[in-house]
Ligand binder design. Structure first.
Ligand SMILES: [Zn+2]
Length: 136
């Protein structure tokens, strides 16, 4: 009887130990969230009293305009890559910069460093030799 009880306690404590972090996080959340909600209500009331509602609409409009502006700039500045069969790389049609084929396929195009005889990728260490007679 005592041995079974001891075994049961041992199992219980082993389980407790396995889930100690979950229990600690749950206990912390349960004791922290209700007072936080009470404080948050006062905080929201105070925060709303700071600015008139029209300011929020204006801030929202500014946020939307800024997001659009950033998206347009990102779209404008991102490289327009076309395959460049002579070298096996991709080339940005706006700037003429060569990009690594392997890195582009992995979803993060890397601009190649150009030397006299080849292009080298510093992302994956690929090497694209220049052919004799190719223009660039
Ligand atoms: Zn690469």
């Amino acid at each position: 009887m005592r041995a079974r009880l001891r075994e049961g306690f041992a199992q219980f404590f082993a389980k407790l130990k396995d889930h100690a972090l979950e229990w600690a996080v749950t206990a912390a959340l349960v004791t922290v969230i209700p007072p936080m909600l009470a404080i948050e209500e006062q905080f929201v009331a105070w925060f709303n009293s700071l600015f008139p509602p029209t300011w929020w609409y204006r801030a929202f409009l500014v946020l939307i305009v800024v997001m659009w502006w950033r998206w347009i700039r990102w779209e404008w500045n991102r490289p327009r890559l076309r395959p460049h069969p002579e070298s096996g790389t991709y080339i940005d049609i706006k700037t003429g910069t060569h990009y690594c084929t392997k890195c582009r396929k992995e979803g993060h195009p890397v601009a190649l460093r150009e030397s006299k005889t080849a292009w080298r990728c510093f992302g994956c260490d690929s090497f694209y030799p220049k052919l004799r007679g190719s223009s660039d």
